[in-house]
Structure formats: structure tokens, C-alpha cells
Design a protein around this ligand. Structure first.
Ligand code: DGL
Length: 266
């Protein structure tokens, strides 16, 4: 089936998931929406995040996507169930995938989840880990300074290492061997996070596991793209297109991206 896969996030973070999908399934077309004008979602109310997520899903429904990936933990925590119930195609979140990745790696059963305030408050990772029937203890930490750093596009250089180290200071006395990047923006700060937690800790994102889920669903449904023409991805941003472009080009290592402006009604 040659329809695109929809991928949504509050901003550029979902590109970390989109990239993993592009790498695993290079023949698939992706329509991406980053709601950069209203980012960050982390500090917003559940209702706001749910409404914004629904707005993006509706846009992609009209564009006839064959499945939707909520490449945002904050949105997954509050909107996954309702979208799964009402959308006419499969809807996938990133939290179960992230929990699975961590459980596969941890030996000590002590796992740190770095996430937004919204995701931490939702307890979604604790639930996901429990549903995998493991004994792992979750140590959640909200990192509200990380998303604005990534969205600014200025996330390289010493300043970013200092800011990340400061954000992770509350972990100083904790014992853990695995960190889940429970916000899709954070893989863009992977080097900085690894430097702060040290070389003996696994730092994992949900991106690869999510991409495997996408493949499993599409192949099960017989809906993998068969067209021989290369896919034409389209990326939409509700905020500044130049800033989105500069981050997307670097992250996806592609300077010929089709990036368009999208506007949401209030
Ligand atoms: N990238 C998003 C997440 O995974 C949200 C970041 C934000 O908007 O606060 O949670």
C-alpha cells in the first residue's frame, strides 16, 4: 500500500523516530508534523496536549495516511488510547517501545526515565514497565530545560553539556544502569546525556523499537509500500520553517527536504 505513514510530535523531537523508520523502512513515505509553534507540550495541561494531538491526527487523516505514529511521549501518555479508538488506521505510541528497550538492557533492574513534566506526572512508564511483568524500578526525572535547548537549534558546544549536566544533577546519588530517553527530543542530546551519566550506563531511545513496531504492523497488514519510485517525504512545521529546516537537515543528514508551513486554528 503506497499511502504515507503519519508521524507527529510537538516539534523536532519526533524526527528521531522518523529517522529510525526511514532507516528500517527506506521505501516508506513519511508525512511529519512538528507543532513547533506550540512546543513545548511538557508543561501543558492534559486537555491541551490531547486537543493539539487530535488536531495533528485529523490533518493526517485527511491526507490518507495508512498509520499514525505519535512520536511524542507527552502526547502518547494522554492521547494514544482515544486516537486508537477513533482513527480508521493503526495508531502507535512510543512509551511501550521505550519501556521494552530498557527492560531488554537493564541488569540491575534500576532504570532512569528522563522525560517531560507531563510524561513524568502521567506515570505512563511505570505502567508500561509493570505491564511487561518485570520487577524494574523506575526513577523518573523531568528535564524541562532540554526541549527548549533542542528547539533553539543551538544544542552543540560546551553550553549544552553544562546545561544537561545541571539538569541531571538530581541523579547524583541514585544507582542505575540504564536511562530511557522518555522524550523524543532527547536523543538529539544523547552525547551530552552520556557524558553526564558516565560510560557504564546504557542510554536508550524508543526510536528503533518503535520503527520495528511500525514494520511489524505494516507487514502483518500487507501494507508495506511497493512502489519502486523513491518516497517523497513531506515535513510540516507550525512555527519557524528556517529553524525547523536547520535542525531537520542536520538530524536527517539531508539538505533536500520538502518542509512546509502548517497553521492550526486556535
Ligand atoms: N518530544 C516530546 C516528548 O516526547 C515532547 C516535548 C515537549 O513538547 O515538551 O515528550
Amino acid at each position: 500500500m503506497n499511502a504515507p505513514i503519519g508521524v507527529i510530535d510537538s516539534g523536532v523531537g519526533g524526527l528521531t523516530v522518523a529517522k529510525a523508520i526511514m532507516e528500517l523502512l527506506p521505501n516508506e513515505t513519511i508525512y511529519y508534523i512538528g507543532d513547533t509553534a506550540r512546543c513545548p507540550y511538557g508543561p501543558r495541561t492534559k486537555q491541551e496536549v490531547r486537543n493539539f494531538t487530535w488536531q495533528m491526527a485529523k490533518v493526517l487523516e485527511k491526507k490518507n495516511v495508512k498509520m499514525l505514529v505519535i512520536a511524542c511521549n507527552t502526547a502518547t501518555a494522554v492521547a494514544l488510547e482515544s486516537l486508537q479508538k477513533h482513527m480508521p488506521f493503526p495508531v502507535l505510541g512510543v512509551i511501550n517501545a521505550g519501556a521494552r528497550a530498557a527492560i531488554k538492557k537493564t541488569k540491575r533492574n534500576e532504570v532512569v526515565v528522563l522525560a517531560t513534566e507531563g510524561t513524568v506526572k502521567s506515570g505512563a512508564y511505570e505502567q508500561a514497565v509493570k505491564s511487561l511483568a518485570t520487577k524494574a524500578t523506575i526513577i523518573p526525572l523531568a528535564c524541562p530545560t532540554f526541549v527548549p535547548l533542542v528547539e533553539s537549534g543551538e544544542y552543540e558546544g560546551q553550553f549544552s553539556y553544562d546545561l544537561v549536566a545541571k539538569g541531571l544533577k538530581p541523579l547524583e546519588d541514585e544507582r542505575f544502569d540504564t536511562v530511557i530517553l522518555g522524550c523524543t527530543h532527547y536523543p538529539i542530546l544523547q552525547k551530552q546525556i552520556e557524558a553526564a551519566v558516565g560510560p557504564h550506563v546504557h542510554v536508550l531511545s524508543s526510536a528503533e523499537e518503535t520503527a520495528k513496531d511500525v514494520e511489524a504492523i505494516l507487514s502483518y497488514k500487507g501494507q508495506l509500500r511497493t512502489d519502486v519510485e523513491p518516497p517523497k517525504h513531506i515535513l510540516y512545521a507550525s512555527g519557524s520553517v528556517p529553524i525547523f529546516r536547520s535542525i531537520a537537515e542536520r538530524w536527517l543528514e539531508n539538505d533536500e527536504l520538502d518542509i512546509r508551513k502548517i497553521t492550526f486554528e486556535k
